[in-house]
Design a protein around this ligand. Sequence first.
Ligand SMILES: Nc1nc2c(ncn2[C@@H]2O[C@H](COP(=O)(O)OP(=O)(O)OP(=O)(O)O)[C@@H](O)[C@H]2O)c(=O)[nH]1
Ligand SMILES: [Mg+2]
Length: 404
Amino acid sequence: MMLRQFLSRDSGAAALGCVRMLPQHSYFASKASSPRAQNRNTAKSARGSTKFRKQVPSKNLGGEGATAKERRADRRRHLQRDDENKITAKSFHATAESTSAPAPVRVAMHPTTSPCLFVADVPGIVALGGADGLVPGGIEVGSIGFVSPASLPDQAPPPVEWGIPEFSFVGRSNAGKSSLIKTVMKNISGAGKIGDRVGPRVGKTPGKTKVVNYFGCWGSNDNESDLSPRNCNMFMIDLPGYGYAATAGVEEKELWEERSLLYLQSRAPILQTGEVLPCIYENVLAPLNTCFLLVDSRRDPIMTELDFEYLDYLDEHKIPVCVVLTKIDKINTLSRLKAFNEMSIVVQQRHQSGFTQLKPEVLGCSSHSGEGINEIVDYMKSGGVWRDEFYPKEFWEEEEEEEV
Ligand SMILES: Nc1nc2c(ncn2[C@@H]2O[C@H](COP(=O)(O)OP(=O)(O)OP(=O)(O)O)[C@@H](O)[C@H]2O)c(=O)[nH]1
Ligand SMILES: [Mg+2]
């Protein structure tokens, strides 16, 4: 009961109670200041690995004597206007392209939110969890839909304060992030096809996704009036990839990378400022539940320097990470074994050296054949890292005692 109230987005009082119950010395604070973390940071600066650490939101945007960073912020504002992912009024009249869904997919603009919400209301297939759909026992999902793009964190549709769990997908450009989200949306909703106005856009050339896109998941029994971002049970976030992009120059690409990093650091338990948020941010949970780090299973070696740098960044911000090998339909059994072994060694080494938010098991999937998708969906529906790895054990034990 207490647990459910705490996780409920509308129970501010219960959340406050929980803040008091948190251990005095934060789980995250102790990890952040550990000698191992300090050594890692020192080693990182020594090898000049600063690509993903320079990205700090700029306060002074442009103007005379502006620094390169400020000029980039100016460009960012400019790009926001003509971004290809921006929703236009014309899109409101779009219909979803779902030909083989179990029931017709309806697309609706929700009146209570910004005029860019599309909802694909598809009869749900699974119902987990309790009344709120957001309980430690699981996250109930059944309906899915595109909510909104955001170029900057403050444009994100669900404010951090709502504490709705978010699952984000990161990786090199072309790793298969958007495809995976699309396939997961199909799995959740039971729809045969997810159109581009409801799901993420997929592209053959690296650099397709350019802004942070929010996809909402509602409960399977929610009706149309419940389908606002506030009522979402979880979000899936499609982020622009890092590394080579065929669709843009270096500067534009840097801007997209910055968008990803700004998103991550604004939703993570540890802020860029060094401030530690011990699971709770202004009385609610830090919303970023898990970051799926996608790696193309065909790569040899499996991890590139950029992947390692990204992993370092996630570690530094104490973001829970689950590594997923993608496109496994493209490789034979022997190559799969090799890829999984290689990746598991990396993950276990990192886990043992202090990156405890890194899920020790590596997942694999194919968005084309559907292999491994159930495991990813099950992971999210079971609450991701909320119960087990993310929170200190004593936290839940204390809660349960309170219930008695
Ligand atoms: N064979 C196979 N191809 C895949 C799979 N997943 C994605 N692809 C293909 O890989 C290409 C890139 O997929 P995207 O989902 O757009 O990749 P992304 O990571 O979102 O790329 P960016 O948005 O550019 O960062 C597309 O041509 C997809 O069809 C998979 O599981 N198997
Ligand atoms: Mg993409």
